[in-house]
Design a protein around this ligand. Structure first.
Ligand SMILES: [Zn+2]
Length: 97
């Protein structure tokens, strides 16, 4: 029997598994949030954060900028957080030069 409820299963490898149960998209098996074609805007890794090298010279400054740009380009960090990090790097760079 076809279901019009999302078939996504939370915690599939544990005893706490349960289905999403939200209304599925028309003629689909998943809701908007769990549809396979949807990419999350912020990954679990980004929510945990990532170690950032505090810039102490021009080389480490460049590396710190590249870390943020790389995460932003890969959509692994939200724009607001990236803006705060870039501003922090800018402040730190004023103490270097
Ligand atoms: Zn769902």
């Amino acid at each position: 029997m076809p279901s019009n409820r999302c078939q996504h299963i939370f915690n599939p490898d544990s005893d706490l598994e349960h289905r999403c149960g939200s209304p599925a998209l028309r003629a689909e098996t998943h809701c908007y949030y769990h549809h396979p074609s949807r990419k999350p805007s912020v990954t679990r890794h980004a929510r945990r954060g990532f170690p950032i090298l505090l810039p102490k010279d021009s080389t480490s400054l460049q590396y710190s900028l590249l870390q943020v740009i790389d995460k932003l380009a890969a959509n692994q960090i939200d724009v607001h957080r990236a803006g705060l990090l870039l501003y922090s790097i800018q402040l730190a760079s004023k103490n270097i030069f």
